[in-house]
Write a protein that binds this ligand. Structure first.
Ligand SMILES: O=C(O)C(=O)C[C@]1(C(=O)O)C=C[C@@H](O)C=C1
Length: 390
């Protein structure tokens, strides 16, 4: 944006009157003039934002007439990368990210209001991840279970779902992997890696607390802290951290391990912050939808492979990755539910590899892997993402 000549910063002057002023008075513009400069820039900003929104409305029409989807994770990542790359000013990258997240959320909503399902109630970490990805200008639909998120998406009651995949402290989220085995047609369109800071919330003193509610993974992520600081309290697992906060609000002598925003939403006191045992506690969420995501050049692909329970079977299955130089970034084994009791059950493996399924080398490696599997599903290719601070 070009600076106008009406800048409040006074030009250097050598007139006798200016020379008579104390040196500091010359350098420091008045508060009023600085604020009027901000007011002027805000007007320019609003005009530019509205011009941007008008273009987005036109893009929406083009998308509609071509039968294209409104949300594009690939394009939004591209916009963010360009914005962050172009910035040279003092604004922190996280701040710019937040501003552009809401900007794109707002322009997207002019094209169509999206419905995004997540594990609720509101202010669960899934809800926070959904806000981190889609912004506030979507209809967040909090549901009672991870299975319900998949089912609502499959019934087309929502356009997107967001589900936790794995946590850096606690490992895979079995409920999510289980639902991919049941609905492998749903595609991962984006990932959200959210740094999770847990708080102890409640209305009583720690010493009076008899029960602490939370989701099993959150209890597990704070196990040492809870054992040391609240040995007297029973740890009770509930469906989500936000559901735990709701219970802690209703019950006397109860607490919850939940997010900071949940404290305000459920009118609870923050009794302790950052109680996770490992400071680098990150949960990776998957944004799921019916259709696949476009290639960005900075992608990863998630595969679900059912392989025979034979010696060396896994090594043989993933050998093409090494041969073709495709990097694997995640592997998780998962027993096949229907095979319980089976003497020699096959196993499912979830794998992440770098690259998009439309990259010829990835396609070739996946084709080779498929030949060595009983079944292979490509659960989606999507842009790789940075960790977002919560
Ligand atoms: O570029 C597009 O496809 C747009 O619709 C514009 C825009 C944006 O505001 O920048 C909005 C929604 C999309 O998910 C991606 C980007």
């Amino acid at each position: 944006m070009a600076r106008k000549s009406s800048s409040p910063v006074p030009p250097a002057s050598s007139t006798p009157a200016a020379a008579a002023e104390p040196p500091d008075a010359k350098k420091t513009p008045s508060l009023a003039s600085l604020r009027s400069e901000i007011d002027r820039m805000d007007k320019e900003l609003v005009a530019i934002l509205n011009r941007r929104a008008e273009i987005a409305v036109q893009i929406g029409k083009v998308k509609n007439s071509n039968g294209m989807e409104i949300f594009s994770a690939a394009r939004e990542e591209e916009v963010l990368a360009k914005v962050l790359g172009a910035s040279q000013g003092p604004l922190p990258q996280d701040t710019l990210r937040l501003i552009f997240r809401e900007l794109m959320s707002g322009t997207r909503s002019l094209q169509r209001t999206l419905r995004v399902a997540c594990l609720g109630p509101k202010y669960s970490y899934s809800h926070l991840a959904s806000v981190a990805k889609f912004g506030e200008a979507v209809e967040h639909v909090p549901l009672g279970s991870i299975a319900a998120v998949f089912e609502e998406l499959n019934r087309r009651h929502v356009q997107f779902g967001i589900v936790p995949l794995e946590n850096s402290t606690d490992g895979r989220i079995a409920d999510t992997l289980d639902m991919f085995t049941k609905l492998p047609n749903l595609k991962i369109r984006a990932e959200v890696r959210l740094r999770i800071h847990h708080c102890l919330l409640g209305r009583c003193e720690w010493s009076q607390m008899r029960r602490v509610y939370s989701k099993s993974q959150a209890i597990s992520q704070c196990r040492n802290w809870l054992g040391k600081n609240l040995p007297q309290a029973a740890k009770i697992e509930v469906v989500s951290t936000a559901a735990a906060a709701e219970l802690a609000q209703r019950e006397e002598f109860a607490g919850a391990v939940a997010s900071k925003p949940a404290a305000q939403a459920y009118r609870l006191n923050i009794l302790a912050e950052n109680i996770e045992d490992q400071s680098n506690n990150v949960t990776r969420f998957a944004v799921i939808a019916e259709t696949p995501e476009a290639r960005t050049g900075r992608d990863k692909t998630t595969l679900m492979a059912r392989i025979p329970n034979d010696p060396g079977s896994l090594v043989k299955t993933i050998a093409p990755l090494e041969k073709m130089g495709v990097n694997m970034t995640w592997i998780e084994s998962f027993p096949i539910p229907s095979a319980a009791g089976d003497k020699n059950p096959a196993y499912l493996f979830f794998l992440d590899v770098e690259g998009h399924i439309d990259d010829p080398i990835v396609q070739k490696a996946v084709d080779s892997i498929r030949k060595r599997c009983e079944r292979l599903d490509v659960l989606g290719s999507y842009p790789r993402s940075e960790v977002i601070e919560s």
